[in-house]
Design a protein around this ligand. Structure first.
Ligand SMILES: *Cc1c(COP(=O)(O)O)cnc(C)c1O
Length: 397
């Protein structure tokens, strides 16, 4: 067994669920809790101006990593709120002109539920199926675009299976058809290069805590030229160009800005290092164990994601046998329910594979020693579970 002396257990491999706040981000945030307490919207004294300067510097850092203008970045509480604002806001503003919205069956719950909500209010919602790879077929998307189509919403990088969609091609298709393009980029920004202009993105959701920033902050990119209009979902003092009222949380804004700065400085080397760890993990498991399935395309994928199934083993069986490894089954939002992953089912895979799927999320603070430990522990455990004939939960009970 690998020495565990230097390892902090359980080993954290759930980076798509959330990431630790980078200590450099935390350091940038701290002065804004006590020493610099101003309200960024109160401009009658230097405290307020100091807070406003910090918020605007953070906005510029976010704009820089996505290639936008700072004025196009709206702060929100996270990607859930950004997705709600983008989808409901656009639908409500343009609803008299166009009422069709196209999204996919594998979106995050907050996109799916926002669309369902719009569907029950008379909008025409299309849930486009994905291929077995998890990628959408551009011809199928093109075939769904009608004169009544307002918006297409496709996630850039998937939280559960890590699959990266062909965002530039989807953006190009939307632009040529005069359709707005929204992408949930909570898992993409800071991990893979994203540029709203070269990719023809009109609306884009960002989450702080998926990219080593704090929880409770996010952003929505809203294109100015050609201008995208939205109905606000939170009314009040008119902050954020009246799109999102409420006092901005200065420390959280500063944290998201710092997280974007660090990510853009380190993205290339970090993606390489994390991708190598992921490949090492997969090869280590596949070498030692037969009957491993990778869920989702392995080539068009986030460097830090690996989603596997052992068809004969329930994911809960595996996870409860490995309390020293923090991994998850499916998305955090559905892992409390006994339902098998709707994402894995949407790939056309069996309920058995869906029930057995689990996700490794590798990130900035993962070490090679941790990966070596996980390979050894997991493979030993699977061999022994198989030897004992402990298979599916449905069978075991
Ligand atoms: C985490 C996540 C969200 C929700 O983001 P919050 O900031 O937690 O609201 C939305 N979409 C995707 C793809 C995510 O990974």
């Amino acid at each position: 067994m690998t020495s565990t002396d230097d390892l902090k257990l359980p080993i954290y491999l759930d980076y798509q669920s959330t990431t630790p706040t980078d200590p450099r981000v935390l350091k940038a945030m701290l002065p804004y809790f006590f020493d610099k307490p101003g309200n960024p919207h109160s401009q009658t004294h230097s405290y307020g101006r100091e807070a406003q300067d910090a918020v605007e510097a953070a906005r510029a850092q976010i704009a820089a990593i996505i290639g936008s203008d700072a004025r196009e970045v709206i702060f929100t509480s996270g990607a859930t709120e950004s997705n709600n604002l983008a989808l409901k806001g656009a639908a409500q503003f343009y609803g008299n002109e166009k009422r069709r919205i196209i999204t996919t069956t594998t979106e995050h719950k907050c996109v799916i539920e926002s669309c369902r909500n719009l569907g029950s209010n008379g909008y025409d919602i299309v849930f486009l199926p994905v291929e077995k790879s998890g990628l959408i077929d551009l011809n199928r998307l093109a075939a769904e675009i009608t004169n009544d189509t307002l918006l297409v919403s496709v996630m850039a990088a998937h939280n559960e299976i890590g699959v990266i969609q062909q965002i530039a091609s989807i953006g190009d298709l939307c632009r040529r058809n005069g359709v707005l393009f929204h992408t949930d980029s909570a898992q993409a920004v800071g991990k893979i290069p994203i540029n709203v202009n070269t990719m023809n993105i009109d609306l884009m959701s960002i989450s702080g805590h998926k990219m080593y920033g704090p929880k409770g902050i996010g952003a929505l990119y809203v294109r100015h030229r050609p201008r995208v209009r939205l109905n606000a979902q939170i009314d009040g003092g008119g902050q954020e160009r009246s799109l999102r009222s409420g006092t901005l949380p200065t420390p959280l804004c500063v944290g998201l800005g710092a997280a974007c700065q660090i990510a853009s400085d380190e993205l290339v080397q970090e993606a390489q290092r994390i991708g190598d760890l992921r490949d090492c993990l997969y090869e280590g498991i596949a070498e030692r164990l037969p009957d491993v399935t990778v869920n989702g395309d392995l080539n068009h994928r986030l460097p830090g994601n690996l989603n596997l199934s052992f068809a004969d083993l329930d994911c809960e069986t595996i996870m409860s046998a490995l309390p020293d490894i923090a991994i998850s089954s499916g998305s955090a939002c559905t892992s409390n329910s006994i339902e098998p992953s709707y994402v894995i089912r949407a790939l056309g895979l069996s309920e058995e594979i869906a029930r057995s799927s689990f996700r490794f999320g590798i990130g900035r603070f993962t070490t090679k020693a941790e990966i070596d430990y996980v390979i050894e522990r997991l493979t030993d455990e699977v061999v022994s579970l198989r030897a004992r004939g402990t298979t599916h939960r449905t069978v075991a009970r």
